[in-house]
Design a binder for this molecule. Structure first.
Ligand SMILES: O=c1ccn([C@@H]2O[C@H](COP(=O)(O)O)[C@@H](O)[C@H]2O)c(=O)[nH]1
Length: 238
């Protein structure tokens, strides 16, 4: 399934490959490579995962001035990745620089530009924590919808939020704008540091176009079975 991303939150590539090698060759889940693994193993690991046939979502959550983000995205797009995250909080100009950088970098090596996804409000934030941290009175719904509209205006492919906001994002953006949602747990699994959490089936019902699942799969006694359960629940609804 290309819209169910397993978060490869492992310390190094040996552990990541041990995990991936449990999947039969005809099952190639989409994978999300985040800061932990990228900062250790770098672009070579991304290229190896892509070469092994996996859809690659690079989750680096870029956030800087427009010139810096645009040039960073231009380099990352040369890796032939499928998705890349940037922060919507960097503003429209920063996001537009990222869109331009993605097109330039991909074109320079003859690959497809990655779909850019804007981080809205992290799924680890509750409404109260967000308001206190950012010194705002806006509700979670208002904030996420506002940031999704900015991302849409800047030309991003979609946003990252919790599934609680998926429907309002769809209502506020153009048709086809993606709502991809982490903060997913199989029933009974520990929530840990997440706040806005739903099951795969509920995420589907709430309008998520795709989900990111880490520990409910990677920490499961049988990760392949857990992945299959996630796929079944997300495909069929709760
Ligand atoms: O708002 C966000 C943005 C990104 N993430 C990332 O998704 C996974 C979730 O892992 P779990 O183990 O399923 O909690 C992780 O890589 C985060 O960096 C997010 O959780 N929330």
């Amino acid at each position: 399934m290309n819209n169910i991303f397993i978060a490869l939150d492992f310390e190094n590539e040996t552990l990541a490959w041990e995990f991936l090698n449990q999947f039969p060759e005809d099952v190639r889940p989409a994978v999300k490579i985040g800061m932990e693994l990228f900062y250790r193993e770098g672009p070579a690991f991304v290229e190896a995962v892509k070469a092994a046939g996996f859809t690659v979502f690079l989750d680096l959550k870029l956030y800087d001035i427009p010139n810096t983000v645009g040039h960073a995205v231009r380099n990352l797009a040369r890796l032939d990745i499928d998705y890349l995250t940037i922060h919507t909080a960097g503003g429209v100009e920063m996001m537009q620089a990222a869109v331009a950088g993605a097109a330039e970098g991909a074109q320079s090596v003859g690959v497809q530009a990655p779909k850019l996804l804007g981080i809205t409000q992290l799924t680890s934030f509750s409404e109260a924590t967000m308001q206190a941290t950012q010194l705002v009175e806006a509700s979670m719904a208002e904030s996420v919808t506002h940031l999704a509209k900015l991302a849409d205006e800047a030309g991003l492919a979609g946003t990252i939020s919790s599934a609680f906001e998926s429907q309002m994002i769809h209502d506020a953006t153009r048709a086809g704008f993606l709502s991809i949602t982490p903060g997913i747990r199989l029933a009974g699994d520990a929530i840990g540091d997440q706040s806005r959490v739903v099951t795969p089936g509920r995420a589907h019902e709430m309008g998520a176009d795709g989900i990111v699942v880490g520990r409910s799969i990677t920490q499961a006694a049988d990760p392949v079975a857990a992945y299959q359960q996630v796929v079944a629940e997300f495909t069929q609804g709760a």
